[in-house]
Each structure stands twice: as structure tokens, then as C-alpha cells.
Design a protein around this ligand. Sequence first.
Ligand SMILES: NC(=O)c1ccc[n+]([C@@H]2O[C@H](COP(=O)([O-])OP(=O)(O)OC[C@H]3O[C@@H](n4cnc5c(N)ncnc54)[C@H](O)[C@@H]3O)[C@@H](O)[C@H]2O)c1
Ligand SMILES: [Zn+2]
Ligand SMILES: [Zn+2]
Length: 397
Amino acid sequence: MKAVCWQGTNKVTVETVPDPKLINPRDAIVKITSTAICGSDLHLYNGFNPTMKQGDILGHEFMGEIVELGSAFKNGNIHDKGKALAVGDRVVVPFTISCGGCFFCNRDLWSLCDNSNPNAWMVEKVMGHSPSGLFGYSHLTGGYAGGQAEYARVPFADVGLFKIPSDLTDEQVLFLTDIFPTGYMAAENCNIQPGDTVAIWGCGPVGQFAIRSAFLLGAERVIAIDRVPERLQMAKEGGAEILNFEEIEVGEALKEMTGGRGPDSAMDAVGMEAHGMGLEGFYDKAMQAVRMETDRPNVLRQAIVACRKGGTVSVPGVYTGFVDKMPMGAFMNKGLTMKTGQTHVHRYLQPLTERIQKGEIDPSFLVTHTLPIEQAPHGYEIFKHKKESCIKIVLKP
Ligand SMILES: NC(=O)c1ccc[n+]([C@@H]2O[C@H](COP(=O)([O-])OP(=O)(O)OC[C@H]3O[C@@H](n4cnc5c(N)ncnc54)[C@H](O)[C@@H]3O)[C@@H](O)[C@H]2O)c1
Ligand SMILES: [Zn+2]
Ligand SMILES: [Zn+2]
């Protein structure tokens, strides 16, 4: 089959590789009809994850049709949801791999599953404990082959695979695999109360869903921050007021727009590769810290400083290691709460599908490019450099 393979920093190629095979009884093989490139893939493309190996298959946002099911589906050794799956079903695949039976899965904390990362020991050395395995996201999270390919093996398919109503198109449901639940959970993590103002840094795909989710959850105002004109424009179309961080001092502007109080919640939908501007300069000078960081927390710093006292900082943006010059004094003295995590995708599949069916949101608004999978290398380039007004690419295998 054809698959998008990581070859090193800034290099992906489309290779012919062996088709995936069933390995475990609860596996399924999915023939992929649509798959997307995510901002998280850019962290790998940009060489920020030391456990990528040449030839690894990328991709964690994919959907398609079940073509094979493991033996557990045949001998009845599967729970109710699994029993409902059959070859030929059209499904979306959560990017997080979850067993469905551990302490964390039982508490609805799917991205923290204890049984899906065979390389948990690597993460434990750095983080104490490991999150779940993830598709196509380095050996630190399991070394699973990803879904920017013609086929993928899905472990714990009985728990992960989610059947899609036939009246919805691929483009309407594909983002249930990651970025729609991610934006939604990030908005939930803002603890939105009626009348609230939410500030969101980053108008990439995650930021776009976060903006719309914040309104779905009752925010009165959303202020969105980026510097890419077409992303800011899309944020505006989603109902947000917009700020270009290259043109103004974001912290000051947020204060002014909220009568001096600051936004009720502040979201970092950018993560470890943020561009440093404004307040960062101040912090770099003022904070005493040894420069020993793997991630660039420019937005995280701004969010903490801008958030109103007693407010909530929500962090869907990905961090992998250590940051310094964290304004811990502001965080503590302002009595802030921080909520974060890889998304518990499984938790949101049913409710967000219902929102799509009711017409409360149509996720296909995000797609700016549809490319055959052979053009994935071009896709990574235009997505990374925001060329051709690229906001979200769907690849067709
Ligand atoms: N928590 C999760 O489960 C989860 C899931 C998916 C993605 N993510 C993460 O969410 C983040 C966003 O993903 P995406 O797909 O939207 O990525 P993206 O790279 O397309 O978007 C990031 C946006 O941030 C903007 N930006 C950069 N520096 C900024 C700054 N200083 N202030 C304001 N905006 C700034 C960029 O211009 C860009 O538009 C990434 O870190 C990604 O890894 C997390
Ligand atoms: Zn993603
Ligand atoms: Zn589990």
C-alpha cells in the first residue's frame, strides 16, 4: 500500500510499504477514505520528537471502512459496542488508542489509558507516567503506524471505532478523530460561565474548533489571536473578535477589551512552537531561570499573565518536555487553574456527532485543500509555511 513516511526533519515521502495485518484478536483493518495533516504532525515534521525513526508512517486523523476484524469479533468475546461492528462499516478512528477496561478508561480519561503504549517505560523516565498510545506519533507513544496511508491496523477496535451515520460526508466527520473534540474539550476546560469572555491564542485548526465550541458552550465573547490573515478571517467568521499579535501588544489589548479585568479564560491552542513576541521579551529578561527548555512557551506565558484573576488557563497546545521562565508567580498569586491533556476523543464521539447531525456545526468549513495522498510532501510544505492560504488539508488515499 501507499503510505506517508517520515524521513527526517522537513522530509516526508510517499512509499510503497507492506499492508498492515491483524495482530491481536481485538484489531481491525480499516481501508482509509480520508485522512488529514494536523498541527501535531508539524512538530514531528519540524524534528521536535527524538523518537521518530526513518520510515515511520505518519497520520492520526483518519477514517474509512472496516475491511477485516480480529478473532475476538467472531467468537463473541467482545462487549456490546464491539458486537455492533461489521466488515463494511464506515467508521472514524480516534487518534488516542484506549483499551476500554483500565482504571483511566473506566473514568472516561481515554487519552490516559494504561494499556495501549508498549513503550510507556520511555515516557515514565521523563514524565513519571505515560499517556495512551497514539497513532503515527513517534515511538514515545507506542510506535504505531499512522493513518496517512491506504490501510491501517486499529488496536482495541471494539473500543475505538465509531460508526458514522450514512447521511454525513467524510469532511463533516473526519475531524471527530482529533481536532473537533480537541477544540471542544479545550473549551470545556475553560469552565465557561454565561457572559464569559474567552481568549484563544492560535487560529489553526484547533483554535478554529475551540472558537466555535466556546460559543456552543455559552461564551459571550471570544477573542482570537494569530498573525495569519486568512486564519484570523476564518476566526472572525466563527464569531470571534480578532487580534494580530504582530500588530499590537496582545496583553494590553486584552486588558483594554475587557475593562481592565482580563478574559475569564485563556487558551493556548498553539503549543511548543509558538512565535515569541511582546511580553516574552519582558519575561526573558525579568525571570530568573536557567535556559534549559525543549519547548517554547511564549503563548503559555502570555495566557497566564493575561487571564483574569481566578480564571482558567486551558492548554490544548502540545508540549513534550521542559519549559523555562514560566510566570509561576502570576499563576499562583492570581489563583489560576490550568487544565490540559491529550484529548479524551472517545468521550466526545457520540455527543459531537449529534451536534453535527442537528446542524449546530458543520466541521467541513475548515477544509481548504483536498489532495491525493501522493501530494502529501507538498501538503506538509504548504501547511507548515501557511502557503496557498492553507488551513487544513484532507488527503485522499
Ligand atoms: N491536546 C491534543 O490532544 C491536541 C490535538 C491536536 C492538536 N494539538 C495541538 O494543538 C496545537 C495547534 O494545532 P493546530 O493544528 O491548530 O496547529 P497549527 O500549527 O496549524 O496552528 C497554530 C497556529 O498558532 C499560531 N501562532 C503561532 N505563534 C503564535 C503566538 N505567539 N500567538 C498567537 N498565535 C500564534 C500560528 O500562526 C498558527 O496559525 C498544536 O500544538 C497541536 O500539536 C493538541
Ligand atoms: Zn491531530
Ligand atoms: Zn485503558
